[in-house]
Design a protein around this ligand. Structure first.
Ligand code: FEO
Ligand code: CA
Ligand code: CA
Ligand code: CA
Length: 648
């Protein structure tokens, strides 16, 4: 435990750039054995950044000659536009309100009705996945999440910033609440590229909106349990809608996984607002007293936690959607636990079982994995579509390992079931554990992390990477979460024992400690690790994913003031990293006050889709439509001007 507080001046004096680079390379080469081979202080020294340096100065990390990162790094930007590396083009696509059906039109004053919104692309784009049609790279289904609608809290009561037009205003009618409900959830959008330009196939039978009112089923071990029954649904299996759909996942059997994150924010009460009345579990999941800013509880009793105390138990799940069948019923897979799900990343274990890695995005919450009971069988749709209903959920414990202060260690997966004696005495059954996943994880000694966001699995090595975005409230440190008041975040990675995703133990290390080497810090760790330089400085890694070649793409959702702690970091951005050399280059920067999130590629890796969420969340952007227009979340399509693979 504890920070090593290595003297950075000594580091920069004693180690030249080449020495540091060689040390990194040596670690890469011997990576699977480095826990045994590398001395603690040497490893920590190699990991850490040198001191203060000017932009473009001599302290920049040595450039790799690897062909993996083939583009020229982009400087930080504070422009109200999307900026992308030289030789690439970024095109706005399918912003909020884009018609999926020809009988609606986008009304630029924000006056589309709830009924119209049901036929339009939703608000606040987040996780995204391209499902090719017949394996093609020029036609497919683009499926994405619409996480929430941007609000302002200037008056203490949150008004919707743009959903009802240019003047921030509350959801003070059933029609307005229903417009919000219809603006959230997911979109399935049939898209096609003709003469080089992608377009929505308006009126396609594939086009679908899944909203916060779409009927869906609870399946798996907790389905039908008393904890999931409400007055409207005595079966405990039929839910209306999905909310706060943040990151995503997909399966090799062509389904989309949408992840319910900050659903607690939609539950409030209009009953006796001065009396608490929340259960300990509701408090642990962050349901707050009184009314919410979204206002849904005033018009739909199910969002009132006093009127329907079990309704909130029906959110916080991973939902599996078949995008190719517009009549299919989405399924909330209870076997994967109930948390504030960020995203879901699958791997196939050595024996064919399916593993799903997941993070719970809350300060000091946990990283999980699910291991299916059954095996994935390529092409066996009937078998595969039930795999996420039966299996075992585990939570991660990250130990400091042989030494503290070296940003690496060992880890173990702790079973969350009635087989675990630490749970058997205090939980009534598996459903109780799954509905109260956080409480179960609290009870077994899981490691509290710095806000787990996305998880992704290296396509060749099965090495797993996860973003820990920041944690301003951290007071106790460990090797995996080595900074108090962590404002910059880090990326952790682990290698399962024997390379088997179903293993019960692993080795881990930090891939990058994000930071800002361009300003002075009291805690030298805030300069970041050695692969953070004046040229790529960033904070709050969030979205994360590999492309087919093994480039690691990093997206940020953090401080964008470009001053103080965030000086020289610019707007939120997308970077690309080499998993072996650990070099990181900035690839794209978003418009003002946005988050860059979600990423997916066509099979040929020549079209990249990302999402720009909440541009102008403080009122400072008119992207993408320009002056005088409402800012809109949108997808951005990135292509390489020479038609090549993105990033090459
Ligand atoms: Fe919706 Fe944790 O990001
Ligand atoms: Ca250690
Ligand atoms: Ca996120
Ligand atoms: Ca975030």
């Amino acid at each position: 435990m504890g920070n090593p507080l290595i003297d950075q001046d000594d580091v920069s004096t004693n180690l030249s750039n080449n020495q540091r680079f060689n040390d990194i390379v040596e670690r890469v080469v011997s990576r699977r054995g480095f826990l045994l081979k590398t001395g603690t202080s040497a490893a920590a020294v190699a990991f850490l950044s040198s001191g203060l340096s000017a932009c473009g100065g001599s302290d920049a990390a040595p450039e790799s000659d690897s062909p993996l990162l083939g583009f020229t790094a982009l400087p930080a930007s504070t422009e109200d536009s999307v900026v992308v590396a030289a030789g690439y083009t970024a095109t706005t696509f399918a912003p909020w309100g884009t018609p999926l059906s020809s009988d609606v039109t986008w009304k630029a004053d924000g006056s589309n009705t709830a009924a119209e919104q049901l036929k339009q692309v939703g608000d606040n784009h987040d996780g995204i996945h391209f499902f090719p049609i017949n394996g093609k790279s020029d036609e497919g289904l683009l499926v994405m999440n619409h996480e929430y609608s941007t609000t302002t809290s200037s008056s203490g009561y949150k008004d919707y910033l743009t959903l009802f037009g240019a003047t921030p205003s509350p959801a003070n009618s059933l029609e307005r609440v229903n417009k919000a409900i219809n603006a959230w959830g997911c979109s399935v959008i049939h898209i096609k590229r003709t003469a080089g330009a992608w377009a929505v196939v308006t009126d396609s039978s594939y086009n679908r909106r899944i909203t916060s009112a779409t009927p869906m089923l609870l399946t798996g071990p907790a389905a039908g349990d008393a904890l999931l029954k409400t007055s409207a649904d005595p079966s405990g299996t039929l839910v209306l809608g999905t909310i706060n759909n943040c990151g995503n996942g997909w399966t090799p059997w062509d389904t989309y996984l949408t992840c319910e994150e900050n659903w607690n924010n939609n539950f409030g009460t209009t009953v006796e607002p001065d009396t608490d009345g929340r259960s300990d579990a509701q408090k642990r999941y962050g349901i707050a007293k009184g009314n919410t800013g979204y206002g849904w509880e005033a018009f739909h009793d199910r969002f009132d936690y006093k009127k329907e105390p079990n309704e909130s138990n029906r959110f916080g799940w991973i939902v599996e959607i078949d995008p190719f069948d517009p009549s299919s019923t989405p399924k909330k897979r209870t076997a994967l636990g109930r948390i504030k799900h960020e995203n879901a990343a699958y791997a196939i274990a050595a024996d064919g079982r399916v593993v799903v890695y997941m993070g719970d995005d809350q300060a000091n919450d946990y990283i999980y994995k699910f291991v299916s009971t059954g095996q994935y069988i390529a092409g066996d749709t009937v078998n595969n579509r039930n795999l996420l209903d039966s299996g075992t959920l585990y939570v991660a414990k990250f130990n400091d390992g042989a030494a503290s202060g070296d940003f690496m260690g060992t880890g173990e997966w702790i079973e969350l079931s009635m087989n675990n004696s630490a749970l058997a005495a205090n939980f009534s059954n598996l459903a109780d554990i799954l509905v109260h996943t956080r409480l179960a994880a609290d009870a077994v000694g899981a490691t509290p992390m710095d806000r787990p966001e996305w998880v992704t699995v290296h396509p060749q090595t099965n090495e797993v990477y996860a973003t820990l975005t920041n944690n301003s409230g951290r007071t106790e440190t460990d090797d995996a979460n080595p900074r108090t008041a962590n404002r910059y975040g880090q990326i952790i990675r682990w290698r399962e024992a024997g390379g088997d995703a179903a293993a019960m133990s692993f080795e881990w290390d930090l891939f990058v400690l994000a930071g800002n080497p361009t300003i002075e810090h009291t805690d030298p760790l805030n300069r970041g690790s050695a692969n953070v330089t004046a040229d790529n400085t960033f904070n709050s890694p969030d979205g994360l994913g590999f492309d087919a070649s093994g480039r690691l793409w990093i997206e940020t959702d953090g401080g964008y003031t470009n001053t103080g702690n965030y000086a020289n970091q610019g707007n939120n951005q997308m970077l690309c990293a080499h998993p072996e050399t650990k070099e990181i280059r900035r690839f794209l920067v978003g418009p003002k006050e946005c988050e860059i999130t979600g990423l997916t590629f066509t099979p040929d890796q020549k079209t990249l889709f990302i999402n720009v969420q909440h541009p102008g969340e403080l009122g400072g952007s008119t992207w993408p439509d320009g002056a005088g227009n409402l800012p809109r979340s949108a997808t951005v399509i990135v292509t390489k001007d020479d038609g090549g693979v993105i990033g090459s």
